[in-house]
Write a protein that binds this ligand. Structure first.
Ligand SMILES: [Zn+2]
Length: 377
């Protein structure tokens, strides 16, 4: 979903909101713990979910059971999205469970199947709700909508609450507040009438307007709504930026914007020599090359991890980043940008037949997309 400015990047002076947005996403989402995988899809639990477990454990065992069942309900909802996505060829990276719902991270979502992938979530939650209604009724329990879950005492109350929660999960997700499921359904519908980017923009606007309403209602009735509104507002903006970028960069290859005159550094150079190179050339990062092969990248950040008195003895190979992204000249620039964001990196050497032929930075890509976006004004 994401355009992600590395911390401290200010060459482009992006509008403030963009920075908050991306900072938020890059800081918030990693606070998740992996606890297993289902159907080969890694499942992560966001730390706030654990916090919720802790809070509810003070209310007794039954509310705790309800929270765990809510967690299972959200998991089934997300699995439904992921399995339908996978069916249509999307690569599922992981599912993250948050107390306010889940996030299925997919790569290459087939646009033509977005409707099916989105709609299956709320449908699944509502079907679970209906199934629980019938199971409860079959056992002679009184099944009605009830969300009073702090004073729960019996099994029938647990079943009733979990049923109600699934109905809420389903109904809430139908609201066309992009990037929630209903908003995605709306975008799928709109994009059959107009250009995909326009459809996204319109869906995001509607979503953000609803988010403002949610926040307003939340102030008076339920603070939970304020948190959801915040997610919708930020999430929508982030997806819009990403969609805009993918449309701007469509068809543009790495070789079209890479720097061909690459300045490299040897792994045996000391930090002092690296400092001189930084001052002389004024780039923030360089590929480390040994016997014509790129073996790493070093940036000013690695230099700053070494105390100054040790600059004479510390070599580039001691601190360089070894796990780097290597781009090929024919790679799509947008795909490279996505990789930068995922791996939280900002630079990649471009290699063809084992030889270094260029260098691309995230800043190059952002500058380029800013310039070509002028064409649209
Ligand atoms: Zn959903």
């Amino acid at each position: 979903m994401r355009i992600n400015f590395s911390k401290g990047t200010n060459f482009l002076a992006p509008p403030k909101l963009k920075l908050i947005n991306n900072y938020f996403l890059s800081c918030f989402m990693p606070w998740s713990l992996r606890f297993g995988s289902i159907f080969g899809i890694p499942v992560e639990l966001h730390i706030t979910f654990l916090l919720l477990l802790l809070i509810f454990s003070f209310f007794g065992v039954i509310p705790l059971i309800v929270i765990i069942l809510l967690f299972v309900s959200v998991l089934i909802h997300e699995l439904a999205h992921s399995l339908v996505g996978r069916h249509y060829g999307a690569k599922i990276k992981k599912i993250t469970l948050l107390p306010i719902g889940g996030v299925s991270q997919m790569e290459a979502i087939p646009k033509s199947h977005e409707f099916a992938i989105a709609v299956i979530g709320p449908v699944t939650s509502i079907v679970i709700g209906i199934a629980l209604f019938f199971v409860g009724t079959l056992f002679g329990l009184e099944m009605y909508f009830d969300l009073n879950w702090v004073e729960l005492k019996s099994l029938s109350e647990i079943l009733r609450t979990v049923m109600s929660l699934n109905f809420v999960l389903g109904a809430f997700n139908i609201i066309p507040a992009f990037p929630m499921d209903g908003g995605r359904v709306l975008r799928a519908f709109l994009s059959s009438k107009m250009d995909y980017l326009k459809a996204t923009e319109l869906s995001v606007r509607i979503g953000q307007s609803l988010a403002i309403v949610f926040a307003f209602v939340g102030v008076f009735y339920n603070p939970w709504l304020i948190i959801i509104a915040f997610f919708i507002y930020i999430g929508g903006m982030s997806e819009y930026q990403s969609t805009q970028m993918s449309s701007l960069l469509k068809g543009i290859k790495v070789k079209d914007l890479m720097t061909r005159d690459v300045i490299t550094i040897s792994p045996d150079a000391t930090m002092e020599e690296f400092e001189n190179l930084l001052i002389e050339k004024r780039h923030k990062g360089y590929p480390v090359v040994f016997e014509d092969k790129v073996i790493g990248i070093i940036t000013i950040n690695e230099l700053l991890t070494v105390p100054r008195p040790k600059w004479i003895e510390t070599k580039v190979s001691d601190v360089m980043i070894k796990d780097i992204i290597v781009a090929s000249p024919d790679m799509e620039v947008f795909d490279l940008h996505t990789k930068f964001t995922e791996m939280n990196q900002g630079r990649a050497p471009v290699v063809e037949n084992g030889k270094l032929i260029g260098f691309v930075t995230k800043t190059d890509i952002l500058k380029f997309s800013d310039i070509i976006s002028l064409k649209r004004i």
